[in-house]
Every structure is written in C-alpha cells, then in structure tokens.
Design a protein around this ligand. Structure first.
Ligand code: SF4
Ligand code: SF4
Length: 145
C-alpha cells in the first residue's frame, strides 16, 4: 500500500528525483485563470510531448506541484497521477489560512482503486478531503475524529 509523507505535504518544489515525465494530468484537471482554462478541460497548449509553451507558461503552471511531485505520495512512478489515476493537491487559502485537500479522479473508478484509497484514507486521518470524480460529481470525507 502507498503511504503519505506528511513532512512533504507543504513542500513548495519537486522532491529530489521526481519529475513530471510523461504526466500532464494537471494540464487538464486544474483551472488556469491566466488562460481562462476551467478545471477538467485539456489546456490548448498540452501535447503528447508536454507543454508547447513550456518556457512561457503561466505562473500558475510554474508554481503548481501535485502532492506526488512534492514527494508526499510514496510509491515511485507507480503513484504518479497518470499511472495511479488520481492527482492529489493540498493548498492553504491565504485569506483565512484554511487548508484544502483534493483528490482528482482521472478516469472512472480510479478513486475506488485500493492504492488510491489507501492514500485517501491516510490523508483523511488529518484532513477533510474533497473528492472530484471524473463525471463531475464531488463528495467530501471528514477527518477522522
Ligand atoms: S499532475 Fe503532478 S506529476 Fe503530473 S504533470 Fe502535474 S505536477 Fe507533474
Ligand atoms: S500552459 Fe502548459 S503547463 Fe500550463 S496547463 Fe497549459 S499545457 Fe499545462
């Protein structure tokens, strides 16, 4: 089973030895206001070889590191979002310092797979988690009491 490295949850950069490689999951899943791109829509600039405007990509793209890239999700490349089928994100809202943890499903039922569920269950011991399903549904899991 995959475990979560809590000490890497708030890392602001990529963990040593981790790189996006062929994954472009966030280029579809995440909203990019600078490009007026909503979440769950493939970016106009994403290609099979990655970002076609990599050198000039928006700041939102430069700053984004999913929890796998931060090194918070163990399990090597088998846990990378494009392989696991789930991309995890966690961020803090500056205004109220609230922490948000989201699991984005890339393909149907990926959130139910045992390896992804293990990560969700571990995160849910400490955080409320929002689950974003492939079909557009959302649900929430409250942290364990
Ligand atoms: S989802 Fe994570 S690993 Fe995949 S491209 Fe985005 S930041 Fe990189
Ligand atoms: S601009 Fe590039 S890095 Fe940003 S979402 Fe589009 S393809 Fe991805």
């Amino acid at each position: 089973m995959i475990h979560v490295r809590l000490d890497r949850l708030r890392a602001v950069g990529a963990s040593h030895g981790r790189a996006c490689g062929p994954c472009t999951a966030c280029c579809t899943l995440m909203a990019v206001p600078e490009l007026r791109k909503p979440n769950r829509r493939a970016c106009d600039h994403v290609t099979a070889d990655g970002c076609s405007i990599h050198a000039e990509r928006p700041e939102d793209c430069r700053l984004f590191h999913c929890l796998w890239l931060r090194g918070a999700i163990e399990g090597g490349e088998a846990s990378r979002p494009d392989v696991l089928g789930v991309m995890f994100d966690q961020f803090t809202v500056r205004e109220d310092q609230s922490t948000h943890t989201i699991a984005f499903e890339l393909w149907d039922r990926a959130l139910d797979a045992p390896r992804a569920r293990a990560v969700i269950d571990e995160l849910a011991q400490q955080f409320k988690i929002a689950l974003s399903y492939r079909d557009g549904r959302w649900s929430e899991i409250d942290p364990a009491p």
